[in-house]
Ligand binder design. Structure first.
Ligand code: BES
Ligand code: MN
Ligand code: ZN
Length: 496
């Protein structure tokens, strides 16, 4: 899909689909001047159609009206923004749903109009949502699909022009590209996207965005004392990698803040010798989604002119079984000297994060945020589609919750219940890597807290958010790219 910007008149533009935003009040659609003019041109049919179908312009609800020759545009698609206040998330849902409806109706050319107010914000949201809503992972569609009808694809999307619109569309595209990268990485099979390949993809992002990159292999990890990630990676034929990227701002709006973001990147999680059952292993190619979100966010910081220094640490390993693999009962020493008793080799995410966080804390950062598909327990606690936030610092937690709200990523703060530390107290070492049945997401977070090195730290457990089987306005099935938008809205003020 090619995005362009041009002025057009909704009444005379020749297009397959004309998308117009519409808000609602008192559960009724509020016709804008442009929509009313179209309604007049089609003899009041649009009003009648909207009322016959009980169209209420709810957020993310679109109404497709076929003009049947009454207008040069073949279809008018109303994009429901919902009630006031108009937010970027509401606009993304409105435009995302409308663009998918246009595509599914077979439209090749689409014209998208902006609201009269908030048009710059809307242009950014429209570009982002249009790209995300039409996302597909088709890398492995092969010969057997050759005889199927070709996939429906919008060829040209024209966004209406105006002051500052081009820059806003460019920002929306940069955001969408970041989330697309995150989704692509998490959709790749583990045979392709292993730790060494992840490092290669990070290298490409670094080169394209003028980021510094250091990639640590087993020898470097050994010399730094990273006994935890090394143990997790030992059972795999492919070596682990600790991937460290640095974004340094240039230009006038440079701040003196330095922020660390750390991602769990288990490219496949069999569970190791504490092996997962069939069902539990099915989606474990996606156990690298935290690392993917971190890399996705890093890929957008230059284009969005982030003012802060950002250190990204991606802890990449594959949790496999072999004669070399680590075992229950093993005792590991993490980079900060804390010793860890292994009860379950399936609680591997917290192990790679331990070394990743300690390493990150030594880079001069003032705070750290980690993202990880860490526990099944967070899905039990919060259900699908809500991320659990744990933090040892209230202002940091509040800032992240605000960013998640702007990003439209559902997040709920969880407690770091001190008393539950008893559950992970070690018998023969300092701490155990699992804490029993109760509060599984909390004991996992308490474990990681031992590696925050006293810095303000937040942990995002995204196990229930990284993939979906239920498509929504601008998120199709499969990898969602979760966390990328929250990170971008956190790191780039006003990016929302
Ligand atoms: N990668 C899993 C967590 C997970 C579960 C992610 C479901 C996405 C969907 C993690 O490594 C894991 O296996 N956690 C264990 C921890 C347990 C052994 C303490 C779990 O949640 O069962
Ligand atoms: Mn596991
Ligand atoms: Zn895992």
């Amino acid at each position: 899909m090619n995005i362009q910007i041009a002025q057009f008149d909704p009444l005379s533009v020749e297009t397959d689909a004309l998308i117009l935003p519409i808000t609602s009040a008192d559960k009724k659609p509020m016709f804008t001047a442009a929509i009313s003019e179209i309604d007049v041109a089609v003899g009041g049919e649009l009003t009648r159609f909207a009322s016959d179908t009980n169209y209420a312009a709810k957020r993310g609800a679109s109404l497709a009206y076929a003009t049947a020759g009454r207008l040069p545009a073949r279809r008018v698609i109303l994009a429901g923004v919902g009630a006031e206040p108009v937010t970027s998330e509401n606009l993304r849902r409105a435009y995302g749903a409308a663009v998918s409806a246009a595509r599914d109706a077979g439209a090749k050319s689409v014209h998208l109009a902006l609201p009269e107010t908030n048009s710059v914000q809307a242009a950014e949201a429209a570009a982002e949502a249009a790209l995300l809503a039409t996302y597909r992972f088709t890398t492995y569609y092969g010969k057997a699909r050759a005889e199927d009808p070709p996939l429906k694809e919008i060829e040209n999307l024209t966004i209406s022009d105006g002051p500052d619109i081009a820059a806003a569309v460019a920002r929306g595209q940069a955001r969408a590209n970041a989330i697309t990268l995150t989704r692509d990485l998490a959709n790749e099979p583990a045979s392709v996207l292993h730790p060494v390949e992840m490092a290669a993809r990070a290298q490409a992002v670094a080169e394209a965005n003028d980021l510094e990159i250091t990639i640590l292999g087993p020898a470097e990890m050994e010399s730094m004392g990273m006994g935890a990630i090394l143990a997790v990676g030992k059972g795999s034929a492919i070596e682990p990698r600790m991937i460290h990227l640095v974004y340094r701002p240039n230009g006038a709006n440079k701040s003196d803040r330095s922020i660390g973001i750390v991602g769990k990147c288990i490219t496949f999680d069999t569970g190791g010798y504490s092996i997962k059952p069939y069902e539990g292993m099915l989606e474990m190619k996606g156990d690298m989604a935290g690392g993917a979100a971190v890399l996705g966010a890093m890929s957008a910081l230059r284009a969005l002119d982030c003012p802060h220094t950002v250190h990204a640490v991606i802890c990449a390993a594959e949790n496999m079984i072999s004669g070399e693999a680590f075992r229950p009962g093993d005792i590991l020493t993490a980079m900060n000297g804390v010793t860890i008793e292994i009860l379950s080799t399936d609680a591997e995410g917290r192990l790679v994060l331990a070394d990743g966080l300690v390493y990150c804390s030594k880079q001069g950062v003032q705070e750290m945020i980690d993202l990880a598909t860490l526990t099944g327990a967070i899905v039990v606690a919060l259900g699908d589609g809500t991320c659990g936030l744990f933090a040892n610092d209230d202002p940091l937690a509040d800032r992240i919750l605000a960013a998640a709200g702007a990003a439209g990523e559902r997040m709920w703060r969880m407690p770091l219940t001190e008393e539950l530390n008893d559950q992970i107290r070690g018998e023969v070492g300092d701490i155990k890597n699992t804490g029993g049945r109760g509060g599984g997401a909390i004991t996992a977070a308490l474990f990681i807290k031992h590696f925050a090195e006293g810095l303000p730290w937040a942990h995002l457990d995204i196990a229930g958010c990284n993939r979906t089987t239920k498509p929504s306005a601008y998120t199709p099935k499969g990898a969602t790219g979760w966390g990328t938008r929250t990170l971008i809205d956190y790191l780039v003020p006003g990016a929302e």
